[in-house]
Design a protein around this ligand. Structure first.
Ligand SMILES: [Zn+2]
Length: 57
Protein backbone atom coordinates (compact mmCIF):
# COMPACT_ATOMS: atom_id res chain seq x y z
CA UNK A 1 0.00 0.00 0.00
CA UNK A 2 1.60 3.22 -1.08
CA UNK A 3 1.47 6.29 1.07
CA UNK A 4 0.74 9.76 -0.10
CA UNK A 5 1.27 13.13 1.45
CA UNK A 6 0.63 16.65 0.37
CA UNK A 7 3.43 18.86 -0.86
CA UNK A 8 3.49 22.00 1.35
CA UNK A 9 4.86 23.97 -1.57
CA UNK A 10 2.40 23.23 -4.35
CA UNK A 11 -0.25 21.06 -2.63
CA UNK A 12 0.34 18.16 -5.05
CA UNK A 13 0.07 14.58 -3.90
CA UNK A 14 3.52 13.15 -3.31
CA UNK A 15 3.86 9.37 -3.37
CA UNK A 16 5.99 7.91 -0.64
CA UNK A 17 7.80 4.58 -0.82
CA UNK A 18 6.25 1.76 1.21
CA UNK A 19 9.30 1.59 3.40
CA UNK A 20 9.60 5.34 3.87
CA UNK A 21 11.12 6.40 7.16
CA UNK A 22 10.69 9.49 9.25
CA UNK A 23 13.33 12.04 8.36
CA UNK A 24 13.70 10.74 4.84
CA UNK A 25 14.05 13.26 2.03
CA UNK A 26 11.73 12.88 -0.92
CA UNK A 27 11.21 15.05 -3.94
CA UNK A 28 7.95 16.45 -5.18
CA UNK A 29 7.38 15.34 -8.77
CA UNK A 30 5.25 18.40 -9.38
CA UNK A 31 7.47 21.29 -8.30
CA UNK A 32 10.76 19.48 -7.69
CA UNK A 33 11.22 20.75 -4.16
CA UNK A 34 12.91 18.53 -1.60
CA UNK A 35 10.71 17.46 1.26
CA UNK A 36 11.43 15.88 4.59
CA UNK A 37 9.08 13.26 5.99
CA UNK A 38 8.26 14.66 9.41
CA UNK A 39 5.52 12.19 10.29
CA UNK A 40 4.27 8.83 9.05
CA UNK A 41 0.83 8.46 10.56
CA UNK A 42 -0.58 10.39 8.91
CA UNK A 43 2.16 10.98 6.33
CA UNK A 44 3.26 14.58 6.53
CA UNK A 45 5.89 16.52 4.64
CA UNK A 46 7.79 19.69 5.32
CA UNK A 47 10.27 21.60 3.24
CA UNK A 48 13.72 20.11 3.61
CA UNK A 49 16.39 22.51 4.83
CA UNK A 50 18.51 23.58 1.92
CA UNK A 51 21.95 22.11 1.93
CA UNK A 52 24.55 24.79 1.93
CA UNK A 53 27.89 23.42 0.88
CA UNK A 54 29.97 26.34 2.04
CA UNK A 55 28.16 27.74 5.02
CA UNK A 56 31.14 27.58 7.36
CA UNK A 57 32.70 30.82 6.23
ZN1 LIG B 1 5.37 20.30 -4.85
Amino acid sequence: MSKKAECPECAADVSLPDDVMEGEIVQCAECGVELEVISLDPPELDLAPEEEEDWGE
